[in-house]
Design a protein around this ligand. Structure first.
Ligand SMILES: [Zn+2]
Length: 144
């Protein structure tokens, strides 16, 4: 089982899921390649800026930026956040637009295995939504 070095299960999955099925089974719900890409993005970002990337921040009540339960009240009913291949990234240094451009370049350059979709920055200025969809576009840019 692959677990990214810089993220705990609480940072990546909604607490309701962990409570219901336990940590190990929650890890199993993720797409391994998507987790690997998340760590790749984090590593390269850290190399350049010396700063990490948040997903969930439970202390602030932010718990739906990774894997969401089926009945989650945040986001769309059919959101890919429920498939274990989608994350909302929040750079610790606050450089959201730079992270957005960085992720797009990464996808364009073929540096990621799985993640190929981002949400238009216009609609998500305080996080960078990155996920997977069945598409040949690199990246596919979606709207909410
Ligand atoms: Zn999202």
């Amino acid at each position: 089982m692959y677990k990214p070095e810089n993220y705990t299960i609480e940072e990546l999955a909604h607490p309701q899921i962990i409570k219901a099925i336990g940590e190990v089974n929650t890890w199993r719900r993720f797409d391994e390649d998507a987790l690997f890409d998340l760590q790749t993005i984090r590593d390269k970002w850290f190399e350049i800026y010396g700063s990490g990337i948040y997903v969930n921040r439970l202390k602030l009540g932010i718990d739906s930026r990774g894997l969401r339960p089926p009945d989650d009240k945040d986001g769309g009913k059919y959101s890919t956040h429920k498939q274990g291949n989608t994350f909302d990234l929040d750079p610790v240094n606050g450089l959201h637009k730079q992270l957005y451009d960085f992720v797009i370049k990464f996808i364009k350059d073929g540096e990621l295995i799985k993640l190929n979709t981002v949400e238009d920055f216009k609609y998500t200025k305080t996080w960078v939504h990155v996920g997977y969809m069945n598409t040949d576009e690199r990246p596919l840019i979606i709207k909410p």
